[in-house]
Write a protein that binds this ligand. Structure first.
Ligand SMILES: NC(=O)C1=CN([C@@H]2O[C@H](COP(=O)(O)OP(=O)(O)OC[C@H]3O[C@@H](n4cnc5c(N)ncnc54)[C@H](O)[C@@H]3O)[C@@H](O)[C@H]2O)C=CC1
Ligand SMILES: C[N+](C)(C)CCCC(=O)O
Length: 499
């Protein structure tokens, strides 16, 4: 993609977006096609044509054929192929990031980070592929047992639209490292980059079919979850859909990993380093136009420093350059869709009705560039005067809206922070190290960031408590979620029969 071709408002994708058997596959029939929009312009970027039952079956069978070869390869050999895939992604990061921006609407600065995290994830699990092993257990009389760490088989990945390429990598890297194959279904709103990952794996040398991409929405997702040859489903998305995925998977007793939503608390104590706390609050709320599952959208600020905090956070929020996501200077692009923009703006008006005060933003934003007139932009919003019982504080907004609330004591703020059905992430800013670790211990969430927010090194496990899901992505522990133990018992004496 040349510089000219890849500017905002110019790209049209016509190549087939399905991938199995080692190549892109044209949809069998064009029916039920849905237009996919470029968020920054509102223009049609391509058509998403969902896969039906026969296509899903073909993809899964192709994955199974690849699994039979791949799972028999040495871990070190799988590692070599994965390292090559990571290298190719690194080499093409600009091109992939641009397509991600055109399809998703986030800024190029962020998309480049996403692509870097993607190859790092593949590199990390390549490093673990050669270390997979079991245990040797000694039993009386020289008899012994050993365990083997074996793959599960064909795994399904179902992704959300906020981190399309990164999610496909977070799911496929540990799956492939363990010897599994994966059939991945991107969100119907972001179908264009997963197939590039499939091509790169192929180029790096995986057996044909090892990483397949099927396009589609709920129906295709349902077919995947019900397919008898699928061993596991790893899902990223909303809580209601996650529940359905779990229910469907239960019919075939399939393993599930659920990365669901959140309404995470960020707690800022008066002894914090204020400038860092303000930066942390921005990182916790405004990445990817606020459409991030682990965002710290309930910002609790100790009363004494509330005025200084608000002044600084509002000043910086107003200064965020919103606009053409492909420009290097842009820090906030467009939301994923018109309905999503309307939904988020609806949360802001509801907050006003319930007594919230808009300190800045919260309005549709029309960039001066005429080609962006139809884009789904809004100005990032800070809401003050919020209470725990307000809709904007209870529900996941999935947009650039920060709700700020005062608190007085540590005990009080922990109780309020935990008063939610979600539990994905949390954060605390303080210079008191005992307090920091005590708060981290007492918060009911899968991650607690101390004196930062939303950094996600691939070495670190990521996942939810409570209704934010279970299972983990990233880190060594994820090997457990993509493998199973076989116990082999070896008798060295005679059989002592009871009969
Ligand atoms: N926490 C998170 O990471 C995310 C939260 N959301 C929230 O969910 C709202 C709705 O967004 P959606 O993209 O519609 O989320 P969703 O949870 O419905 O979709 C996520 C994925 O699941 C697939 N899917 C949908 N129904 C399915 C079914 N019955 N069986 C199998 N797969 C199915 C979708 O095609 C997509 O690939 C957003 O406005 C946002 O608030 C959305 C995406 C990610
Ligand atoms: C990369 N990070 C931590 C900002 C978000 C990743 C989780 C997600 O898929 O929303």
């Amino acid at each position: 993609v040349s510089r000219q071709l890849s500017s905002t408002g110019t790209v049209v994708v016509t190549d087939p977006l399905n991938f199995w058997g080692g190549k892109r596959v044209k949809p069998r029939e064009e029916k039920n096609a849905e237009p996919v929009f470029e968020p920054a312009t509102g223009r049609v970027l391509c058509q998403m044509i969902p896969c039906g039952a026969e296509e899903v079956d073909e993809a899964i069978k192709s994955a199974h054929t690849a699994y039979l070869k791949w799972s028999k390869m040495a871990g070190m050999e799988r590692a070599r192929v994965m390292l090559e895939a990571a290298r190719i992604i690194r080499e093409r990061r600009e091109k992939i990031a641009k397509l991600e921006v055109i399809n998703n609407g986030k800024s190029i600065t962020e998309a480049l980070v996403d692509i870097d995290i993607a190859w790092q994830c593949i590199e990390y699990y390549a490093g673990l592929a050669g270390t997979l092993s079991g245990q040797h257990i000694q039993l009386p009389g020289g008899t012994f047992a050993y365990t083997r760490r074996e793959p599960l088989g064909v795994c399904v990945g179902i992704g959300a639209w906020n981190y399309p390429f990164q999610i496909a990598s977070w799911k496929s890297a540990p799956a492939l490292a363990c010897g599994n194959a994966m059939v991945f279904k991107p969100s119907p709103m972001t179908p264009v980059t997963a197939v590039i990952l499939a091509e790169i794996y192929k180029e790096a040398g995986v057996p044909d079919g090892l990483f397949c991409v099927v396009q589609g929405g709920a129906e295709t997702g349902t077919l995947l979850c019900h397919h008898p040859m699928v061993a596991k489903v790893s899902f990223t998305g909303s809580v209601p859909t996650g529940k359905k995925v779990m229910e469907m998977s239960s019919k075939g007793v399939k393993q599930v990993t659920l990365e669901l939503g959140g309404k995470s608390p960020l707690i800022i104590f008066k002894d914090c380093e204020l400038e860092n706390a303000v930066k942390g609050a921005l990182m916790a709320n405004f990445l990817t136009q606020g459409q991030v599952c682990c965002n710290g959208t309930r910002v609790y600020v100790q009363r004494e420093i509330m005025p200084q905090f608000l002044e600084e956070v509002v000043k910086r929020t107003k200064a965020i350059p919103v606009g053409d996501p492909l420009l290097d200077g842009t820090r906030m692009g467009a939301l994923i869709s018109k309905p999503q923009l309307e939904k988020v703006l609806g949360f802001v008006s509801q907050a006003k009705k319930e007594g919230g005060r808009v300190l800045c933003g919260g309005e549709p934003f029309v960039p001066s560039d005429p080609k962006l007139k139809g884009g789904y932009f809004m100005s990032p919003c800070v809401l003050d005067n919020c209470r725990d019982d307000m809709t904007c504080v209870k529900e996941e907004i999935f947009g650039p809206v920060m709700s700020v609330m005062p608190f007085d004591t540590e005990e009080e703020v922990i109780r309020r922070a935990n008063n939610t059905t979600f539990g994905l992430a949390s954060g605390v800013f303080t210079r008191d190290i005992s307090r920091a670790h005590r708060v981290a211990e007492n918060l009911e969430a899968g991650t607690c960031f101390i004196n930062n927010y939303n950094i996600s090194p691939v070495e670190v496990p990521f996942g939810g408590y409570k209704m934010s899901g279970f299972g983990r992505e990233n880190g060594q522990v994820t090997i457990e979620y993509y493998s199973q133990l076989k116990t082999v018992v070896v008798e060295m004496g005679d059989v002592e029969s009871l009969f």
